[in-house]
Design a protein around this ligand. Sequence first.
Ligand code: SAM
Length: 300
Amino acid sequence: MSLKREDDGSVWMHEHLHTGFSTTYRLEETLFDSNTPHQRLVVGRTEAFGNVVWLDGVTQVTERDEFCYHEMLAHVPILAHGMAKSVLVIGGGDGGMAEEVLKHKSVEKLVMVEIDAGVIDFAREHLSSINKGCFDDQRFELVIADGKDFAATSENRFDVIIVDSTDPVGPGEVLFTRSFYSDCKRMLNDGGVLVTQNGVPWFQSDELHNTMFNFANLFADAGCYLTVVPTYAGGFMALGWGTDNSNLRAVDEATLQARFEAVDLNCRYYNPAVHKAAFALPGFIADIVDKATQQADETG
Ligand code: SAM
């Protein structure tokens, strides 16, 4: 990440997540810039996307387009499941994922395992437009720990597990491993589903291939579905999908509609038609999934 002041006095934040490509935001004010014990946390008010959170120089969430990501990673698994009572979020420090999950009255318990208390502290104070104070919900339990360690030792069981992590660099790297995914599977109740933040295939095809290879070895139904988040530049964003309950993907639109209408989700991205369509993959993404699945079949 780098800051540049232009001749006209404007200040621009450059994110360099992808080789040879950068995303640039016109910065109106830097609200926070400090190192937590785990990562560098920068928050700025930008002209185009409102408040933006960067961790180790990578865009995590913006006020303007967070709903495109949080709605699809939360409501697709929960509405497909239909009776989710216990949900685990790993990561999710901004609170946006927890806010969406807790809209479901069927959810009796949400455990969120976040490695960095500094992100939570900042989010409580400065990102209420995203988390809307969900941290105070009676059903919400916060665990400050490495998600990998939690998954390896927890006796808890969950109907839906959502990995809302950073990318596989720094503290997030351990959340893209076979052993972590295997531990997540162990924590799933029968019929449960694991979904994961899996990057932008246009730039991060290896990340998706790795997760699909591991999911194909672990789950009867392994794949991904898509969303589009303008500030996760590069087109479609892949969300990993792993479950032994192949019925979940097949839930028809009418059933999803009935479940959707029963909960006042007030969504601006998610709807049942988009839910079903999100599993339709363009050829270049389907190829990544197919090759990973084939490799898993051949090597195990
Ligand atoms: N929407 C973002 C994305 O798609 O990259 C993710 C946002 S959320 C802020 C990512 C969170 O994962 C951060 O709060 C970070 O501290 C947390 N995190 C990273 N590695 C972790 C780990 N090993 N265990 C638990 N939380 C972790």
